[in-house]
Design a protein around this ligand. Structure first.
Ligand SMILES: CC(=O)N[C@H]1[C@@H](OP(=O)(O)OP(=O)(O)OC[C@H]2O[C@@H](n3ccc(=O)[nH]c3=O)[C@H](O)[C@@H]2O)O[C@H](CO)[C@@H](O)[C@@H]1O
Ligand SMILES: C=C(OP(=O)(O)O)C(=O)O
Length: 416
């Protein structure tokens, strides 16, 4: 099993190119199921989750061709309307094939994703929404069996804001008969990116970027070309790395207009930033200042950045408080950070951090994707050597993180 060996205390300096966003690429790849036409996608990140998704889509009969960061999909020979447990269990986003398969073919069998480390993560809202669109759904033997003659547009109000729930229902609604209104829709930039692709494929969607999406169903969608939006979470992760380790880095191929909540907190930390349309130069030459925040849906502070900011808080010049409101079990990095000498206590969904003068390297275990990234950040700032185990979590969602970090001066190597 791969691990990362990190010698902390090195200043970071140089350029990093940000990859396409995992959370945009995964639904966008699933949109390939909605058409017999050709989807030509660029800026697709090289990630385990993308490889898993392409394998899953390939099994349906969708034709997949991949060349570096470009993926071409053609859905003119899909004949297996199924997502098996073996693949779904490794990636929850597999649930995103449900809406498209059902809408286009009137049938789908998709394994229930089950819980995961950060929380129970049910998919009841996806199911409830598809039922409202007229699908007959049964659950048996761990599988969702969905059937319909033709989905019919309706008004759907989800009980909570759900990102993949919105994406699944949005994709389904593009091929439903008549008008669908999605109230309480997620406004995450990745949902918006998917909506822009769907429009390029011929879908009729109003309210893009708002919490009320109005979709007029069309008989069919056609092929399109699309560049996946750059990854705001990867961007903010590298900004936290320089905030913790110190240095002067420039991030390229990024989007600076979808990062407000994180950028505000980074300014509070003391990170000096110069911001262009698609680049950010970040400089840090002081001990971080502590930041208190709570995670919320976009445009609020993203849960996917909670752990990385906590890593910066561990060595900040004072106490801070972090409240996680999206997932019920997203503090698994706390124990591991404390192994590095951090002083964090938790009470329910709030973590209380007392900034320490420095962390000291130790062997630690990654428990989920963003927890892994937070441990890398802590290790970059720590004195001595840290071995981060179970980095398969990291590989799910970061495109060659150790290569990008060593190119800017970090002492980080992948070991077996
Ligand atoms: C592939 C992808 O895009 N993953 C992102 C997506 O996950 P994902 O789409 O799975 O997260 P959701 O937005 O659906 O989850 C938000 C909350 O709603 C709950 N819920 C959700 C759906 C449902 O049917 N029932 C239900 O109870 C969840 O358990 C969670 O507590 O958004 C999360 C929140 O920004 C991010 O952390 C993930 O990185
Ligand atoms: C939780 C995440 O991803 P997923 O929904 O794919 O588990 C994440 O990207 O931080």
């Amino acid at each position: 099993m791969d691990k990362l060996l990190i010698q902390g205390g090195k200043r970071l300096a140089g350029d990093i190119t940000i990859s396409g966003a995992k959370n945009a690429a995964l639904p966008i790849l699933c949109a390939g199921l909605l058409t017999s036409g050709k989807l030509e996608l660029s800026n697709v990140p090289r990630l385990h989750d993308v490889a898993t998704m392409l394998k899953l889509l390939g099994q349906t009969g969708l034709k997949v061709a991949q060349d570096d960061e470009c993926v071409t999909l053609q859905g003119d020979a899909i004949d297996k309307l199924e997502a098996p447990y073996e693949l779904v269990k490794t990636m929850r986003a597999s649930i995103l094939v449900l809406g498209p398969l059902l809408a286009r073919f009137g049938e789908a069998k998709v394994s229930l994703p089950g819980g995961c480390a950060i929380g129970s993560r049910p998919v009841d809202q996806h199911i409830k929404g598809l039922q409202a669109l007229g699908a007959e759904i049964t659950i048996e033997g761990g599988y969702i069996y969905a059937k319909c003659k033709k989905l019919k547009g309706t008004r759907i109000v989800t009980d909570m804001i759900t990102v993949t729930g919105t994406e699944n229902l949005l994709m389904a609604a593009t091929l439903a008969e008549g008008e669908t209104i999605l109230e309480n829709a997620a406004r995450e930039p990745e949902v918006t990116d998917l909506a822009h692709l769907l429009v390029a494929m011929g879908a009729k969607i109003e309210g893009i970027g708002t919490d009320r999406l109005v979709i007029q169903g069309v008989a069919e969608l056609h092929g399109a070309k699309h560049a996946v939006i750059s990854d705001r979470i990867e961007t903010a992760t590298f900004l936290c790395a320089v905030a913790a380790a110190g240095g002067d880095i420039t991030l390229r191929n990024t989007r600076t207009d979808i990062l407000d909540a994180a950028l505000d907190k980074l300014r509070e930390i003391g990170l000096q930033m110069t911001i262009g349309p698609d680049w950010i130069r970040a400089q840090m030459d002081q001990r971080p200042k502590p930041v208190t925040f709570r995670t919320t849906e976009y445009p609020g502070f993203p849960t996917d950045m909670q752990a990385q900011f906590m890593a910066v808080n561990t060595i900040a010049e004072g106490p801070s408080r972090v409240t996680e409101t999206i997932f019920e079990n997203r503090f698994m990095h706390v124990q591991e950070m404390n192994r590095l000498g951090a002083a964090i206590e938790t009470d329910g969904n709030t973590a209380f951090i007392t900034g320490v003068d420095h962390l000291i390297g130790a062997p630690v275990m990654a428990t989920d994707l963003r927890a892994s990234a937070s441990l890398v950040i802590a290790a970059l700032a720590a004195r001595g050597e840290t071995l981060v185990d179970r980095i398969y979590h990291l590989d799910r969602g970061y495109d060659r993180m150790e290569v990008k970090l060593s190119a800017v001066g970090a002492d980080i190597v992948r070991v077996k």
